[in-house]
Design a protein around this ligand. Structure first.
Ligand code: TXA
Ligand code: MG
Length: 316
């Protein structure tokens, strides 16, 4: 298969929507990372996402829609959902809510769960594209399973060229880490840290957001994509490093000497935007290891550390 590179304009969106209608897969930019999209109502199309990514089947997918009304047609809405959606949509927030009967989505999307992860992305290309398509689009990050998430069209092609119909080239993703996933099937619970800091969610909800216990057998099935080695680059990753050791390249944060620096000034938003980009670039240097500076565990630092811990986990 020849993967087409489509422009981020009306012609490109029309071509992508045509591919979706015909059951194909198109990668597209969101504010977080590039997604690999297919029509969420089309079983074969959704299956092709898993095939292209070689993704384990038990990972449910996030459904992307153009606006809040479209989301409400798919899930059982709630007061808490209304509050956070008003505050953060369109934007890097995914809500997990009970799947509505008659939503007519492929069961592959939810991996058979009675809940659905849904979001309204804020990137103008994603919004225009979803409007052009007019239906729900299932989209995991557009990387082969277990590899680093793509934040540029070139990253998508490096992993998936020849395996998908097209990619829309909309430049670099401004946020650079995936959406925050908030579980709202009971008391609010953080299923994945991401582009919206949990502190901001707590502020609008006026109540604490529970943290999912790391590696807990009870809670693991609720976010099956949270496998520890999910974000592994080829090299061994060593966290909380002050200096590089023999054979290592250094990913810095703050005023340190490094091969690449997430943010020399110590800005966590800048660091998030650079994270996958720098990991890709360091991985290409084919060093034995990547040493990473300590990152503060607050705001977007939580999402960055979550990704880094997965990158550092022993590969299984
Ligand atoms: O920023 C993002 O969220 C990007 C862009 C493309 O939108 N997408 C993304 O998708 O990160 P993906 O498939 O790489 O990660 C989706 C995560 C997985 O960890 C999956 O287990 C979880 O969402 N998830 C999906 N449906 C779920 C559900 N019903 N309950 C709990 N977790 C769910
Ligand atoms: Mg992913």
């Amino acid at each position: 298969m020849q993967t087409r590179i489509l422009s981020a304009d009306a012609d490109g969106y029309a071509a992508a929507a045509g591919i979706w209608r015909a059951g194909g897969c198109v990668a597209f930019p969101t504010e977080t990372v590039y997604g690999l999209g297919a029509d969420a109502r089309d079983d074969m199309a959704v299956a092709r996402i898993f095939a292209a990514k070689a993704r384990p089947r038990f990972n449910p997918l996030i459904v992307h829609v153009a606006n809040m009304q479209a989301a409400r047609e798919l899930v059982a809405w709630s007061d808490a959902a209304e509050i956070v959606a008003h505050a953060f949509w369109p934007g890097p927030l995914t809500l997990v809510l009970p799947l509505r009967e008659g939503a007519a989505l492929s069961p592959l999307v939810t991996a058979g769960l009675p809940t659905l992860a849904v979001r309204v992305p804020g990137h103008p290309a994603a919004r225009d594209l979803l409007a052009a398509h007019g239906g729900p689009v299932a989209a995991p990050s557009a990387n082969p399973s277990g590899r680093i998430s793509p934040t540029e069209a070139g990253h998508v092609l490096a992993g998936l060229d020849g395996r998908i119909e097209a990619v829309i080239d909309g430049g670099a993703c401004p946020v650079g880490v995936e959406s925050t996933i908030l579980g709202l099937t009971g008391d609010p619970v953080l299923l994945r840290p991401g582009g919206v800091p949990v502190e901001a969610l707590e502020a609008v909800l006026g109540q604490p957001v529970g943290l999912r216990a790391e590696g807990s057998a009870l809670t693991a099935p609720s976010a099956p994509g949270q496998m520890r080695s999910h974000y592994a680059p080829g090299a061994r990753v060593r966290l909380d490093a002050r200096v590089r050791q023999a054979g290592e390249v250094m990913l810095g944060f703050g005023a340190v000497e490094a091969d690449l620096n997430l943010s020399p000034s110590g800005d966590l938003t800048e660091a998030a935007a650079n994270l996958f980009h720098h990991l890709h670039a360091l991985d290409l240097m084919e060093a034995a290891g990547i040493a990473v500076s300590p990152i503060p565990e607050r705001g977007l630092g939580r999402a960055i550390n979550d990704r880094l811990r997965r990158a550092a986990a022993p590969k299984g």
